[in-house]
Ligand binder design. Sequence first.
Ligand SMILES: Nc1ncnc2c1ncn2[C@@H]1O[C@H](COP(=O)(O)OP(=O)(O)OP(=O)(O)O)[C@@H](O)[C@H]1O
Ligand SMILES: O=C(O)C1=C[C@@H](O)[C@@H](O)[C@H](O)C1
Ligand SMILES: [Mg+2]
Length: 382
Amino acid sequence: MLSLPPLYPITDASLVEPLSAQIRRLGEAGFPLVQFRGKPLGAKEQWIELRTALAEAAANGGWPMVCVNDRADLALLAAREGLVPWGLHLGQGDLPAAEAKRLPGLAEAHLGASTHEAGEWEAVDAACDHAGVGPFRGTRTKAGHAAPIGLEGLRAGCAALRAQDLAPVAIGGLTLADAAACFEAGAESLAMVGEVHRTDDPAALGWEVQRQRWRVRPPFRRGQGLAIVGGSGAGKTTLGRELARRLALPFHDLDGAIEAREGRPVAAIFSAGGESAFRALESALLPDLLATPAVVALGGGAWESPVNREAVRTAGFAPLWLAEAPARAWVRAGQDPNRPLAQDRAAFMARWAARQPAWSLAPMALAFGHSSRELASALLDW
Ligand SMILES: Nc1ncnc2c1ncn2[C@@H]1O[C@H](COP(=O)(O)OP(=O)(O)OP(=O)(O)O)[C@@H](O)[C@H]1O
Ligand SMILES: O=C(O)C1=C[C@@H](O)[C@@H](O)[C@H](O)C1
Ligand SMILES: [Mg+2]
């Protein structure tokens, strides 16, 4: 099943703040995925805002990922400009997902559907990988909406979607107080409009919703090995060391293990044999670190290799994507002399954007500005 963030913010076109500014602000707050909902604005304004938002995200490591609501035409136009959105969310009356998938540039886009009742829950277009389930309750942000489904409806909808391997997204007037019940009812993610724009601290809201999800569905089992993946400077080594200490498991840092084995720093390995020599060492050493349960922090590029991903899977380790905002990671790792691929900001961001689809195969952990210690505590609070 597709891995989604615990909280999925949606833009609100009734606000004075332009949609592109909302997306920038939510990305900076630490949200990896935001839905661009431009209704009821006209096509011209929606297009300007969408293009601005996608261009800004592209220059910032593909963060946040943007899912376009309703407008396959605008998603297509964006893709034609090389600004392929993360996904496209389609309502019951919009272009069918299977047709949207045929549009040039959108074959890889994540397609979502809106579902409101039995019948719709069981018959989602096979081209989709996630679907909204709602409305949970009546909401002022959507006029003429379907009847509220409440907790029982949500439970039935989520079960039907999960049976089709679709990630269920609860939606419709949700607040923080609903989070635990919605996750217990089977939601993978909570979509919010009102609550996320009402608060003056959306990061705190995102953090609390994440905690609720982990309490209901821990991202790994005690005793199970953990493989932390994500970009350079995300904090994998720091978090990994902290988690290992608290779990009383060994800690291995893949970069550190390579340096110990080779007797020289990462930068020296890169200058002597190039990136390919380093990648070969990564793949050769990783299985040793996965031999017994441990917390393993992978290097920034290690998860791109299908061989390494398969090694983690067959070892029974739980992968965890430390999904940090790339702008924050750059401040920490940028121009570090021992990080050869973190020297030029534009190249760092382009690489981050290219790697994000692979990282996002793993369940994510979001820091929202918290320290590694706080993140470790939240991850173990179950
Ligand atoms: N949550 C956090 N808040 C603030 N600073 C952090 C956080 N996590 C890590 N840092 C700091 O950021 C820097 C980079 O962290 P770290 O080395 O753990 O990243 P990494 O993901 O392992 O990077 P790489 O892939 O290059 O090995 C360190 O100085 C660390 O102390
Ligand atoms: O982003 C990358 O590809 C890298 C990140 C570091 O962790 C090291 O593994 C090395 O510098 C390569
Ligand atoms: Mg590291």
